[in-house]
Design a protein around this ligand. Structure first.
Ligand SMILES: [Zn+2]
Ligand SMILES: [Zn+2]
Length: 145
């Protein structure tokens, strides 16, 4: 991600924290920056390892709670349906996922046809759909070879 793009997202984070009466501590900024640099949908454990390099005294609990706070205020999302541990996604722009069942990699892709999938009548009549997300499961290129 470009540095200018990151600055825009950080500005956005500042505003959202303010709206939610959250203090934007150096630890929170660092964690958000680390997330923006991650394309692998990291777990809290992986984020903890990254965070410790910058803030050696940070605790796992702080990292985990911060990530959950980020997801509550909508600046990251929790990746759905891959079991535990929870995985976090800094990409809140609409996209779909490919999940490798061997190495557990989750990669992003965009696809207009999937965005426009019809919602089954039964669901349409009973519920309100906000978001359509397709998850492809299989074996990634690296694992295949
Ligand atoms: Zn794989
Ligand atoms: Zn994603």
């Amino acid at each position: 991600m470009k540095e200018s793009q990151k600055e825009t997202l950080l500005d956005n984070l500042r505003k959202i924290c303010k709206l939610n009466n959250l203090k934007l501590t150096p630890q929170r900024i660092m964690l958000y920056r680390e997330l923006l640099d991650s394309t692998d949908h990291p777990s809290a454990d992986i984020m903890f390892k990254k965070a410790k390099k910058k803030f050696p005294s940070i605790s796992f609990d702080t990292v985990n709670r911060t990530l959950l706070t980020f997801s509550r205020i909508g600046v990251v999302s929790i990746v759905e349906g891959y079991g535990s541990p929870r995985r976090f996604d800094p990409n809140v722009i609409h996209h779909h996922h490919f999940h490798c069942i061997k190495c557990q990699e989750i990669s992003d892709f965009v696809n207009q046809t999937y965005d426009e999938l019809n919602v089954p009548d039964d669901i349409q009549n009973r519920c309100v759909v906000f978001n359509k997300k397709v998850i492809l499961e299989g074996i990634c290129e690296a694992c295949k070879n």
